[in-house]
Write a protein that binds this ligand. Structure first.
Ligand SMILES: [Zn+2]
Length: 164
């Protein structure tokens, strides 16, 4: 009996390693990854060049270029780097800027820091887990927060809400 358990455990361990080797890492495994230790090369392997430029080099996608700008289904927007849930569709609004915009984040989803890269003080928004660059937050948003999270679509993936 204990031998069988060991065998099964060893099998699961091997299966987990095999799964981790794939780029489509399941959510449970992704939660255990130490994202701060992921090398630049590892990020380049994980992400398309376009997503890498935004998430790891703080690039900004062209306005109106993201299909997520036109996404109106109910669901969750997750980090394209580590799949952490970032925004709910319930807080998305049409800002007219050409970037997906939200008036608030999901709890503990993002962190912010001051960004003076354009010579104008802005507040950068990063994923709280993998520190990927998401976009910026401005104080000209709608009620109830008055905030506008201006987020690159390339930094996110959309998970439609299950109708089941
Ligand atoms: Zn992330």
């Amino acid at each position: 009996m204990s031998h069988q358990r060991l065998t099964r455990g060893a099998f699961l361990e091997r299966a987990t390693c095999a799964v981790l080797a794939l780029s489509a890492v399941p959510r449970a495994a992704m939660a255990q990854t130490d994202w701060s230790k992921l090398s630049d090369d590892a990020w380049k392997k994980r992400l398309s060049p376009e997503r890498y430029a935004v998430l790891r080099e703080a690039d900004t996608e062209l306005a109106w270029s993201s299909p997520l700008e036109y996404e109106h289904r109910r669901g969750t927007y997750a980090c394209a780097g580590c799949d952490l849930a970032l925004f709910s569709s319930a807080t998305k609004f049409d800002s007219g800027t050409g970037w997906p915009s939200f008036y608030t984040t999901l709890p503990h989803a993002v962190k912010t820091r001051e960004d003076d890269s354009l010579g104008v003080p802005r507040t950068e928004v990063q994923c709280s887990r993998c520190e990927g660059h998401l976009g910026h937050v401005f104080d000209d948003g709608p009620p109830p927060t008055g905030l506008r999270y201006c987020i690159n679509g390339l930094a996110m993936t959309f998970h439609p809400k299950s109708l089941a």
